[in-house]
Each structure stands twice: as C-alpha cells, then as structure tokens.
Design a protein around this ligand. Structure first.
Ligand code: GRF
Length: 187
C-alpha cells in the first residue's frame, strides 16, 4: 500500500502523535508520519518525533510569514495529509485552501457541543450525561467541519476534570486511527 505522507501538528503533550506514530508503523495503516510541526518549542510531543527519527520543525506563529513557512515545509516534504493533534492555533484559510478535505482534527467533546477551549469544565458545569471525542475535517469555522468519527461514554457523578480528560484521551487514541482508516478505506 502507498502510504500518504502526513504531517502532524502539535502544541503540547503529544499523546495522540505518539499513538499515530505507533499505528503508522503497521504496513496496512494508510499514512506515514513524515513531518511534525510544533508551534511550541517546549512541546513534550517533539520527543516522540526525535525518538522515531521523524523530521520536526518549530514554527513561531508570532512571526508575520509563519503561514508561508508552514506551506513551504509541507511542500518540501511532499505532505498530502494533515492531522491536528492538540494544535492550539487556528489554521489559516490559505492552508485550508491548499489542503481541501485533507486536514483533520481531534476534539475532546461530542461536537457540535463544546467547541473551543475548556471543554471539560464547561461539561461539568452543564451536568452533561455524555462526554467523548470527535474527529472531523477542518474548515474555516472553529471545530465545525464535517464529522468522521465520534466516540462517547457516560459521565459518572464522581468524574472530575482530570478523570474526564483521561477517559476522553483513551477514546481519542482509538478514534483518531479509526477515522484515518475510514477516510482511506475507499481510495
Ligand atoms: C486532545 O485532548 C485533543 O482532543 C485536543 O488536545 C488534546 C491533545 O492531547 N485537541 P495530546 O497532546 O495529543 O496528548
């Protein structure tokens, strides 16, 4: 199988990156992680790129031409697919235009509920009965592109933010690879 050259964008811990790297080592998984882009020099996730000898680039999103830098690097590494995995920056419309329907994101809520930040505290405040995660295509509106996969669980009355995050991340580590397999199944 010809694997799609993929770039994973991160800003933080990188547990989803680590999980995708592990899956991509399987010959039948449709993507190869060829590049990691971080907008945070101290992102722990960069260690996974180092460990598995995957090229990684730090992009300073405070620079004016950062978007061009991203695009140039994506072209340089022949990237045809992008996964946002905890990337805390809105993707520019220019990038979206260049990668129509080729950018996906994972979000820690059952979209369209709780778009944006601080999902768990808002869920608890709202006394939500169900929580979960969503993998979706990225379009110009925040957390609003069409859904690929959603996974949910029932919130326990004892669940606090930390427990919700843990339970959600466990589901994310199943949902992200499943979504990628689903996307490329019919190619
Ligand atoms: C995940 O919970 C994801 O849903 C959100 O950011 C978090 C990233 O976690 N977008 P990690 O850096 O992959 O561990």
């Amino acid at each position: 199988m010809v694997k799609r050259k993929t770039c994973v964008f991160i800003s933080g811990h990188g547990s989803n990156l680590k999980n995708l790297i592990n899956h991509s080592r399987d010959n039948n998984f449709p993507i190869k992680i060829s590049l990691v882009i971080s907008n945070n020099k101290k992102a722990y996730g960069i260690n996974y790129a180092k460990k598995y000898k995957i090229p990684y680039i730090f992009i300073d999103t405070k620079e004016n031409n950062y978007d061009n830098k991203i695009l140039l690097n994506l072209k340089r590494f022949n990237i045809s697919f992008i996964c946002l995995a905890g990337y805390m920056k809105i993707i520019s419309s220019n990038l979206i235009k260049n990668y129509q329907k080729k950018i996906i994101n994972i979000h820690p809520s059952l979209l369209p509920k709780f778009k944006g930040l601080n999902t768990f505290s808002r869920m608890l405040k709202n006394k939500e009965r169900k929580a979960g995660c969503t993998v979706h295509y990225v379009n110009e509106k925040l957390d609003s592109g069409s859904k690929i996969i959603q996974k949910s669980f029932f919130v326990n009355t004892k669940d606090d933010e930390l427990i919700l995050r843990k339970k959600t991340q466990n589901l994310e580590h199943k949902a992200f690879p499943e979504a990628i397999i689903k996307i490329f199944r019919n190619f």
